[in-house]
Write a protein that binds this ligand. Structure first.
Ligand SMILES: *[C@@H]1O[C@H](CO)[C@@H](O)[C@H](O)[C@H]1NC(C)=O
Length: 176
């Protein structure tokens, strides 16, 4: 009996998320700045490793998050610019929410310039193609639900100027 109740709860929780594609991610990528920054973002698009627009996004190959942005104050360069990449999957037994994909903590405080950011990041308005490569984590990626919403965050910390820049992208992703 206890097991049955447990099972019923699990099903109720699973059914609690009736929103399969948050923020219209079934049709297009959505993005927003996720920290206070001197940098202004105008547009963020996802490209495959050959520079072609792609949707859904393949997490099984390196992808390019291309940002049209304005960097008003400081030029950023190695070794001061550090990058952290966070990844979340959508939905869980607890309902409609973003759940951290944990092992990707290995992508924390890396030298941004040798990990996907073309350096130096000069001042001014520019198109900055940032490469996100989850291929090192294929063992984890392939366990994630295919053709589902995922949320990615890129955090850039410049130790010299103390500037922080963050952007979140939410997108429909393929994991196989
Ligand atoms: C949808 O996007 C907005 C920003 O446009 C964000 O604040 C909100 O948290 C997003 N919803 C989810 C479920 O992530």
């Amino acid at each position: 009996m206890q097991r049955l109740v447990y099972l019923a709860c699990l099903i109720a929780f699973a059914a609690a998320c009736d929103q399969q594609w948050p923020n219209g991610t079934d049709k297009a990528l959505t993005w927003f700045p996720s920290c206070k920054s001197p940098v202004t973002f105008y547009k963020v698009t996802a490209l495959d490793s050959k520079g072609k627009a792609e949707y859904p996004i393949k997490l099984t190959e390196p992808l390019i998050i291309q940002a049209d942005l304005n960097n008003p104050n400081n030029q950023y360069d190695s070794p001061n610019l550090l990058s952290t990449v966070n990844l979340w999957s959508w939905g869980s037994s607890a309902g409609c929410q973003w759940t951290t994909v944990p092992t990707l903590n290995l992508l924390k405080d890396l030298d941004a310039c040798t990990n996907g950011v073309p350096c130096p990041v000069k001042t001014g308005r520019q198109i900055l193609p940032i490469t996100l490569d989850f291929t090192k984590f294929q063992q984890i990626i392939k366990l994630l639900k295919n053709d589902n919403p995922y949320q990615m965050e890129m955090v850039l910390n410049d130790k010299k100027s103390k500037d922080q820049t963050c952007v979140i992208a939410q997108a429909r992703c393929l994991t196989v």
